[in-house]
Each structure stands twice: as C-alpha cells, then as structure tokens.
Design a protein around this ligand. Structure first.
Ligand SMILES: [Zn+2]
Length: 208
C-alpha cells in the first residue's frame, strides 16, 4: 500500500472517530409555513404583525402565535404554525403523510426552492389564498455555522450520511448540509422521519 493511501485511510478513520465524539443535536420539524409580508397581511389583515411566542435554535427564527388552515384537493389540516421572520417567498413545509391527508403531491426540496412546487390553499382569519406553488416536503438537513462546517469537514449543499435512532429502529440517512453565517449546529428531520426512527426532539445523530 502506498504511503499516500495509508495517510488517506488514517485521516478518514480519524475523521470518523472525531465525528462520533461530537454528535449533532436533532429536532423534529412539524408542518409549518413561511410567508411574505404581503401574504401575511392578506390572511390576517392589513398592518397585522406576527407574534413571536418562542425563539428557535436557528438565530433570528421564531415560532409565531399565528396559525392557519391549509387545504388540498382531499382534505384540510388546521392550526398550522407560522415560522418567522417574513421571507421573500411563501413556503409550506409538509410531511409525506400530510400530503396524503391533503391530497397534494409536494416535491422534496431544499428550503427556498419553491419554484414549480405544489399548489396549496391557505385559510386565514381574514381570507383564503390559493397559492399556485409553495408546498414542499423539506429535504432533511443539518444547519452549520461556517466555523462548525469547517470542524466537521463539510461544505454547503453537500449531502452527507448520518446515523439516527437506536437499534432496532435505527438507520442511516442522507442529509443535506446547509452552511450560513446565521445558522447554528442542528439537524432537522420531519415528523415522518422522526416517527420512523423513533427519534425525538433534542436527541442526537452522528455524522458518518
Ligand atoms: Zn432547518
């Protein structure tokens, strides 16, 4: 075996050991929505403002008091929570199970990539809006600050593998890395994924 190959293998094993020693916190994202100021005002009335009820781990992100109903061709789901602040687009994040309930065939997408996604109707207290696109199944992902990404040796938009859950309901999942200055180390799975692997909020996953 060449010296270079031995060096490469050693580095790989050391990276694996390092990552095992530094598991990543995981939280389960329930269905929620993001919207523009304009959409919010249509749903809740002119001049209405979202009410922050809980800051999330990701800096600047917060759960809002405001909920709406969402409707597809087959059904409706009530009390779907807004996550602020306002975005420059409307995005409704659903699990596959939600899609079946609603009768919506939403694509699996990374956040912000809503062009050509599934249509959905938002029902607010003031009025309802039939969006031509916006419903997605969020690609499971890990948020990293750039310094954290460097420590783990990952790049933005790289797809990595993580080990989730405990035997006999454990598994290995492909997960998208999202690296940004305003992000902080945290893995997000949706409720279907959390249920499948019996993973709950504040548990840990291991980057492989
Ligand atoms: Zn996330």
């Amino acid at each position: 075996m060449s010296k270079e190959l031995v060096k490469k293998i050693t580095e790989k094993i050391m990276q694996r050991m390092d990552r095992e020693k530094n598991p990543i916190v995981v939280n389960i994202s329930n269905r929620h929505w993001h919207c523009t100021k304009e959409t919010f005002e249509k749903l809740f009335g002119e001049g209405a403002q979202p009410t922050n009820i809980r800051n999330l781990i990701q800096p600047g992100q917060f759960a809002c008091k405001e909920t709406i109903s969402i409707r597809g061709t087959k059904g409706e789901i009530k009390k779907v929570r807004l996550i602020g602040p306002f975005r420059s687009y409307n995005q409704i994040e659903l699990s596959r199970t939600d899609c079946l309930t609603l009768g919506i065939d939403a694509p699996v997408r990374d956040s912000g990539n809503v062009k050509g996604s599934a249509p959905i109707t938002l029902v607010g207290p003031k009025r309802e809006i039939a969006l031509p696109e916006g419903a997605i199944i969020q690609m499971r992902h890990i948020h990293f600050h750039p310094s954290e990404a460097e420590n783990y040796g990952v790049k933005n938009m790289e797809v990595v593998k993580v080990r989730v859950g405990k035997p006999p309901r454990d598994g290995v999942l492909s997960v998208l890395c999202r690296v940004r200055e305003d992000m902080k180390l945290e893995c997000h799975l949706d409720t279907d994924e959390g249920n499948t692997f019996n993973v709950k909020n504040n548990e840990q996953v291991i980057l492989l």
